[in-house]
Ligand binder design. Structure first.
Ligand SMILES: *Cc1c(COP(=O)(O)O)cnc(C)c1O
Length: 390
């Protein structure tokens, strides 16, 4: 039977009858898993993928297998691999495919630590070239015979460019190049990259999936052609997601849909309201018609999360922007996002960025995460901070 997404999120992969009738699954901790017989132990030694329940804790637990299969189901993947953090999911996925002499094409808008990692591969003789996230079919002109993979992120970290994913994925497929995307912003609910031809979708489950700013987890959702290799690399690297973190992520998944509806509603309400403030030059939110790639967002995404940025007019001094941030009472000043609480932080763009949208001046931009508070309270908080600035 095919259920709607909200129902799937609540029930998929949950089997109360196998857990003593309890609605929520128990948390499995442990390294040693006992075999029933010596034969069973020998059989597991021959299982290269270590997919059985009885192996060794590092290869997974009932909780991680459950989380992995639910996530793969949500994004129509063949399988998912959990890792310790979003960044480790990115590095593990990239490490799976690269070797000396390879050329990587990476969107200039990627999360800065992704860029740092790709640059570090130079010591193995792997070259990374950054491309303008606004390229579509022109990505073909960047592909070389030695290009191994194309790494995407949409919207881009900090600058929120939406990429033409189906077009880029099609070019990659035609040329036998693997495409990967950091899909953290959209979550599995608002964009399903594999449906658009991308091979691998990566999440920092630390953000919305866990949703409470209390754990770290990464997830790599793979299509059939890439799953075995990624799983094998994660095993070789000793990637092991923490038991508690997986448990919290699975718990977070159950409420992802209701939380995201509210993050989306609050985010759009704040974005629209900020646009009307005299000190604000522009608001960069993919769901606003003023966003340069709004048409692509509208075509491919089914919603927006609560993360966007806005820019002050040049008449507003940088000191006053600092005073504005310090005056906020509900918004926390902090890294990360995707938790229940509202956050604000300056937009930080690496000095290595080559393609920055003209309308965005990083030093006058703030990145805002709309949390689950009352949007009226959030507006009031911003209003009193604007008064301090004025
Ligand atoms: C936070 C973040 C990551 C890294 O996730 P961690 O779980 O903190 O390692 C990767 N990509 C994006 C877009 C992020 O915002």
């Amino acid at each position: 039977m095919n259920y709607n997404l909200e129902t799937e999120l609540i029930h998929r992969g949950n089997h109360p009858e196998e857990q003593g009738g309890y609605v929520s699954p128990p948390l499995f901790r442990g390294s040693t898993v006992l075999y029933r017989t010596i034969q069973e132990m020998q059989e597991s030694a021959n299982d290269k993928m270590k997919m059985q329940n009885r192996v060794y804790g590092r290869f997974g637990s009932p909780n991680s297998r459950n989380f992995e299969s639910v996530l793969a189901g949500l994004e129509n993947g063949f399988g998912t691999v959990c890792t310790v953090s979003g960044l480790s999911a990115i590095t593990t996925a990239i490490m799976t495919f690269v070797q000396t002499g390879d050329h990587l094409l990476v969107s200039d808008s990627v999360y800065f630590p992704t860029r740092r990692f790709c640059d570090s591969l130079a010591r193995f003789g792997i070259t990374t070239e950054y491309f303008d996230p606004c390229l579509g079919a022109e990505i073909a002109t960047k592909l070389r015979p030695e290009t191994r993979l194309v790494f995407l992120e949409s919207p881009g970290s900090m600058t929120f460019e939406i990429q033409d994913i189906p077009t880029i994925a099609k070019v990659c497929r035609a040329r036998g190049v693997i495409s990967l995307i950091d899909n953290t912003w959209a979550t599995p609910l608002f964009f399903k990259p594999l449906d658009f031809g991308v091979n691998i979708s990566i999440h920092s489950a630390t953000k919305y999936i866990t949703g409470h700013a209390d754990s770290f987890l990464g997830a790599i959702v793979c299509d059939q052609s890439t799953y075995a290799q990624v799983r094998s690399t994660a095993i070789d690297l000793g990637q092991k997601a923490g038991a508690e973190d997986v448990h919290l992520a699975l718990r977070g998944l159950r409420t992802l849909s209701v939380r995201l509806k509210q993050h989306d509603e609050n985010g759009r309400a704040l974005a629209n309201w900020l646009q009307t403030q005299p000190e604000v030059e522009s608001v960069c939110h993919p769901a606003l018609p003023s966003h340069p790639q709004h048409h692509l967002w509208k075509r491919d995404f089914t919603g927006a999360c609560g993360l966007f940025s806005f820019q002050f007019k040049t008449a507003v001094s940088k000191e006053s922007i600092g005073q504005f941030v310090n005056a906020l009472k509900i918004f926390g000043i902090g890294h990360s996002w995707g938790g229940f609480e509202s956050l604000i932080a300056p937009v930080q763009i690496s000095e290595h960025r080559q393609f920055i949208p003209d309308q965005q001046e990083p030093s006058r931009s703030l990145r805002l995460h709309a949390g689950l508070e009352s949007v009226e309270d959030l507006k009031e908080d911003l209003t009193q901070a604007f008064q301090v600035l004025r």
